[in-house]
Design a protein around this ligand. Structure first.
Ligand SMILES: *Cc1c(COP(=O)(O)O)cnc(C)c1O
Length: 389
């Protein structure tokens, strides 16, 4: 049987239009390409957008997570709680600080950290917690902030999927002690590579500004312009994590059309939900009444009891229908480094492992045409019919 779609549908593509191209060209023509006026403007607009006092632009979410932990004083001997159901960088940055990542299992429905299991993992060494808003669905922040307050923990949100997300009417980026966003190529708002840290803490914001640029008291924009001075001092051995004006130019265009891009995502999700909720072989993603979901990912869960193939084979069958997919994520504790270093093994986080065996992320991005969306729906229906018990 030949596939009904003739060419492979990519899993993800960014929406790059004339405005983005023009913004980058204008930046190049201005001759100011590194961190400068456009980055300052983007930081201001982003802080306003999420309702945070400060936003610090960085060259990735990973960089933002790292300096936020350093800024909070996390170091050797400390433990930081997070979820195994995330991208590896969430846990890697804990190790970069000299601290130890400690995982808390997930709620299989939301795939987010199970807040009822957090307190049993807290020890005298626990200093921080990194909740991850997986796929763009917010964690239970009220409960998490409450636990953090009682145990004096720093709350750093990994909001790589959660630009646009709201929790009980509040924007993600305005709740935790610090929040890190990703503008990686595949994310809802992209600058190629890039990220942003938001915080309401003046002292932390000042630290993050210097830590993102070698720990210097002044950046190039302050030094090389007419009002600037050549003088600077190094206050901390910082990192080279700053954003560039080329990225900020892209980011401002993307931010201005984020609402439009989100509307397309929401319409696609409605079509997927409508079609897939009729198939008992699949579970559709959970949403919550008190949330505004950013729909970074659309993750279906296979009911393995009702089908004759496993997740890997299901993905291969979709590929034969010319539909690309992905898996978010391989639980971090199952990676060789984490097994070998911390003694983690299969069975340690049964909810995360159980979900991992059943999940597939389907294509979901504003550049998809209505026909692309229909092709995904029909391909999934076709494969389900073939593997149905
Ligand atoms: C993409 C991603 C990151 C890392 O973002 P970068 O900007 O590439 O550093 C961190 N956490 C999660 C959950 C992600 O999906």
């Amino acid at each position: 049987m030949s596939p009904r779609r003739q060419n492979l549908l990519p899993y993800n593509l960014p929406l790059i239009e004339e405005e983005e191209i023009q913004a980058v060209v204008d930046c190049l023509k201005s001759n100011w390409v590194t961190k400068g006026p456009k980055t300052v403007e983007f930081e201001k607009r982003f802080a306003e957008y999420v309702g945070a006092k400060h936003a610090i632009a960085v060259n990735s979410c990973t960089a933002g997570l790292h300096i936020a932990l350093v800024g909070a004083g996390i170091g050797e001997g400390d433990e930081v709680l997070t979820t195994p159901m995330t991208f590896t960088s969430t846990a890697n940055v804990i190790i970069h600080c000299g601290a130890t990542p400690v995982f808390v299992d997930i709620d299989p429905k939301t795939m987010n950290i199970d807040h009822t299991k957090i307190e049993e993992k807290i020890t005298s060494k626990t200093k921080a917690i990194i909740p991850v808003h997986i796929a763009g669905l917010p964690c239970e922040m009220e409960e998490i902030m409450d636990i953090a307050k009682r145990h004096n923990l720093f709350v750093l949100e990994d909001a790589a999927h959660a630009v646009y997300t709201q929790y009980k009417g509040r924007m993600i980026g305005s709740i935790g002690d610090a929040t890190a966003f990703s503008f990686y190529a595949t994310k809802n708002l992209m600058t190629g590579e890039g990220g942003m840290v938001t915080t309401n803490d003046d002292e932390l914001a000042a630290k993050l500004r210097t830590y993102s640029l070698h720990g210097m008291s002044r950046n190039a924009w302050n030094r090389y312009t007419a009002k600037g001075s050549w003088f600077y001092e190094v206050e901390f051995p910082g990192y080279k994590y700053n954003m560039t004006d080329i990225q900020a130019a892209l980011g401002m265009v993307q931010l201005s059309k984020l609402g439009f891009m989100q509307t397309i995502r929401e319409l696609t999700v409605e079509r997927y939900n409508e079609a897939f909720s009729k198939l008992p072989e699949l579970g559709i993603p959970t949403n919550l009444d008190h949330a505004r979901h950013a729909w970074h990912l659309y993750v279906i869960k296979l009911n393995l009891e009702r089908i004759t193939v496993d997740r890997a084979e299901f993905i291969e069958l979709l590929k034969e229908e010319n539909i690309s997919t992905s898996v978010h994520f391989i639980p971090v504790h199952l990676h060789p480094y984490y097994r070998d270093t911390y003694g983690y093994k299969h069975g340690d986080f049964p909810q995360a492992e159980g979900v991992f065996d059943r999940i597939i992320s389907l294509p979901l991005y504003p550049k998809m045409s209505e026909i692309d969306v229909q092709d995904v729906i029909e391909a999934v229906q076709t494969v389900v019919q073939r593997v149905r018990k």
